[in-house]
Structures are given as C-alpha cells and as structure tokens.
Write a new protein. Structure first.
Length: 423
C-alpha cells in the first residue's frame, strides 16, 4: 500500500453494511406506503414518490428504507438509478428492483460509502457483470455489491471527504429547488395573464377582474383585440430529427444524438447517457433539422410533452425523429410559445390526440391544428421580458450545476483512492 495510504484498509462492502435487511411485514400494519420505483431516481435525484393504499401496492413494493440507506438498482447499472435517502418519508418502501444498503456507522460513513460505490469505475464494473447475467435484462445480484472492495480511511477522514463531496451536491440540489420555484413562478404568471386574463391593464389593475372588455372566440371569451390562431400559422419551421435506421449508426463519433431520454426538467442533458454519432450522421440530420438558438423542442413519441427552449448556439448535437422542432415567427415570441407548450391545456391535448398500440405518439398534423391565444403586442412584449428573465436564471443555475458536477466527478476518484488526502 502507498505510504500516504498507510492508515487505509481494504474491506468488502458487505462487511461494513447490511444488505436488503429490512422487508415490509404484515405486522407493520401500514394503511398506505410511499413507494419509490427504480425508474424514479437517477444519480441521487428523485422525481416521483407514489403514495399508494396498502391494498393496492405493487408486488415489488417490499424493501423498507430509512434516512441514510443507500439504494442501488439491480438492472443496467450504467443507467445510474441509485441514491441515498436524505430526508424522512413515513412508510417509505422501495422496489425489490433495488438493493438496499445500511452502512454500519461505527465503522464507516454512509456518505463516504455512497460516493465510493457510485464511481464510474465501479458502475462500469457492475455493468460488465450485468451484461453476463442470464436474466431477461442485464442485472446484478446482491452478492455482486456485497463483494465490492473499498479502501477505507479512518472514520474521521471518511467524514471530511464525504463533506467535501456533499457540499457540492447540496449546492446542486439548492439550484434545482430554485429552478423549480422559478419555473412554477413563470407558469403561475402565464396562467394569470393568459388563462385568467388578469394581466395589468393601463392602470396596472387586473384586466378581466377590473371589467376589461371580452370577446367570443374558438377558445371561449378572450380580451378585446386578442385573437386565436393555429400553431401552424405561428411557425416558420416545424419538423423532426432523423431515425438511425438505414441513415447512420449509433455509437460512433463525438457528436450527441439527443432522444427523449436526454430531455428532462425542460433541459437537454449531454452526458454519458446520450448516444454518440459521427460527423457524417450529424450532417444528415442537420439537413432535416437545422437547430438554432430559440428553437423549441417537443417530445412527440413515448413520453409525450417534454419541452426545451434552446438557449445556446447548437454545435455538436441534434435530435431523433421522436422530437419535434419548432421555430416561432414574429407574431409570437419563443418564450411565449415555450410557456404555451408547457401549459396543461397543451399537455392534455397532446396526450388526448396521441395514438399507437406499441408506443403512443402524436402526429405533426394534429399538433399544427392546436389553437393558441395570441395577445396584443404590448402585453406579449411585457410578458416576454418577464419570462426571459426567469428562463435566463433557470439556465444559469443549470449550467452552474454542470460545472459543479464536473468538479465533483473529477475529485471523487482522487479522494476515494487517497491520491488527495484531507487533513
């Protein structure tokens, strides 16, 4: 062992933790559970916990978890469906698709262990084991995690290392919470101005509630001077990306091929989950889908209704045919169209108009028919200024998070190996 690691010892994960130790029993006498499935957590971020009556729980809802427990999906480790339970949730149950790890805290720090086992080297090692499995999907067994070897420094040093990495993750989580608040603020303003029609009138009072004149339209009563137009008449471009089939191969080159899985939280994630394509493939897609700043992306197949407003010049990525790209004309603004696409009325329309037995999707011609309320220019200009400010703050937080994650991912293996010591 290296001199600067003389106080470190090598242990197996199973020797310093209890794995799959807590199972839901009839004697627990729950009336409901808060249930987390493997698809609802990625890289420590939970997007949905379902509250389910006990008589209706899924058969896979078996594993009880507490604060500090680590959960790790058995299927396709490369998809990084793992996390650590940071907050108390009553009657918290996770799927048997997770391996649960309860660290023995007199020996090891739970966060140090968590950061250790989520390193790319370990993820790739577990993925290799999963691909050799004989199950329906590439998967690992509890014993595969049990036998993972970990270099363990003294407990106090573990805590200091974990504190450094946790501080970066806490800032990322703070930015995510701030973005959620900002996005809810934008949608609240949109609803108040363009659904309830209580935008400020000339006196600064809410238009409709102050007796502003309303006229009939295809969408009910709207303010005088406003109109309703089909989406098709508000765009100068409406197309999709390209399918790899007979056009190009995935997995070659350094360009990113964005599919719906890379659209989330109204952002595009260009990371190791994103497929790669070569220069020839990107040229072919660019001929069909020449993405530009201020274009809108809308997922139209499978997971319908994800939205992204492109806020930077597009360089080394393009989209699949399951994603629509829209370019607004000068009747509306990209920001106003963005909030319309996120609005519940549009989301419900897209779902209701979708069809397909294997994978549901909405046709371009049906989207083109969707009616949008077009406000007067002065209100459109004022709202766009507000929306643009909010969207810019959201994007700044998103890009800061990418930098923080890069710092964390660079430090992680060096701290865990003892290359960098914390005094």
């Amino acid at each position: 062992m290296k001199k600067n690691q003389k106080e470190w010892q090598e242990v197996r994960l199973g020797d310093i933790s209890d794995i799959n130790s807590n199972i839901l029993q009839k004697s627990d006498n729950y009336t409901y559970i808060n249930y987390l499935d493997t698809g609802n957590i990625t890289k420590g971020i939970i997007d949905n916990i379902q509250k389910i009556p006990i008589h209706n729980i899924p058969s896979r809802a078996k594993r009880k978890v507490d604060i500090g427990d680590i959960i790790y999906s058995t299927v396709r480790p490369i998809q990084k469906h793992y996390g650590i339970i940071k907050n108390y949730v009553d009657n918290m149950i996770v799927s048997t698709g997770f391996i649960t790890i309860k660290v023995k805290e007199d020996i090891a720090d739970k966060y140090f262990i968590y950061y250790n086992i989520i390193q790319d080297d370990i993820t790739n090692y577990l993925q290799m084991i999963a691909e050799q499995s004989v199950s329906t999907y590439p998967s690992i067994k509890p014993s595969d995690l049990y036998n993972i070897k970990i270099k363990l420094p003294p407990l106090e040093e573990q805590k200091k290392i974990a504190s450094i990495l946790s501080s970066l993750d806490e800032k990322i989580e703070l930015n995510n919470r701030m973005n959620k608040i900002l996005e809810e603020m934008a949608q609240t303003i949109f609803k108040e101005w363009f659904v309830n029609f209580n935008f400020p009138n000339e006196e600064g009072k809410p238009y409709k509630d102050s007796g502003g004149k309303m006229i009939e339209s295809e969408l009910g009563y709207i303010p005088d001077g406003w109109k309703v137009m089909a989406l098709d008449n508000l765009l100068i471009k409406f197309t999709t990306g390209l399918n790899p089939r007979k056009n190009f191969k995935l997995g070659e080159g350094n360009n990113y091929y964005v599919t719906i899985k890379n659209m989330n939280n109204n952002q595009i994630y260009l990371d190791n989950r994103c497929d790669k394509i070569n220069d020839e493939a990107i040229k072919k897609i660019n001929k069909r889908s020449d993405l530009r700043k201020n274009d809108l992306l809308f997922s139209g197949i499978g997971t319908i209704g994800r939205v992204h407003l492109i806020n930077k010049d597009v360089k080394n990525w393009n989209i699949s045919e399951s994603i629509f790209t829209m370019r607004a004309n000068d009747i509306i603004t990209p920001e106003y169209l963005y909030l319309n696409l996120l609005d519940n009325r549009m989301q419900e329309y897209a779902l209701n108009m979708s069809s397909g037995s294997v994978q549901r999707g909405i046709r371009m011609m049906d989207l083109k028919k969707y009616n949008i309320i077009v406000p007067e220019k002065v209100i459109l200009k004022l709202s766009t200024k507000i929306f643009n400010s909010i969207i810019e703050k959201v994007n700044n937080n998103f890009y800061e998070n990418q930098k923080l994650a890069s710092i964390r991912d660079t430090l992680l293996p060096r701290l865990m190996s003892g290359e960098i010591r914390v005094k």
